[in-house]
Design a protein around this ligand. Structure first.
Ligand code: SF4
Length: 79
């Protein structure tokens, strides 16, 4: 099985907000969480499991809709 790289995109503490970035919620309760690119990493990385594949699917759909492409997913067609 292919394991995701130890980057923010595959980290349990990451909250994806745009196709290339999100915020790190390692420290809870902050007003503004630090913005991270999906490729960043640190020693507090923790595997987010299946969320990695949900996130990569969301990114693909966002990029496809930004270019006006139609994307087919398991649940239907997104335009
Ligand atoms: S900065 Fe570290 S803890 Fe925060 S999301 Fe990225 S890898 Fe995870």
């Amino acid at each position: 099985m292919h394991l995701p790289k130890k980057i923010c995109l595959s980290c349990r503490h990451f909250s994806l907000q745009a196709p290339a970035s999100g915020v790190c919620k390692l420290v809870k309760g902050m007003t503004n969480y630090p913005v991270k690119s999906i490729e960043e990493s640190c020693e507090s990385w923790k595997d987010c499991g299946q969320h990695y594949f949900i996130r990569t699917g969301w990114i693909k759909r966002q990029l496809a809709s930004a270019t006006g492409e139609t994307t087919r997913t398991e649940t239907g067609i997104i335009q």
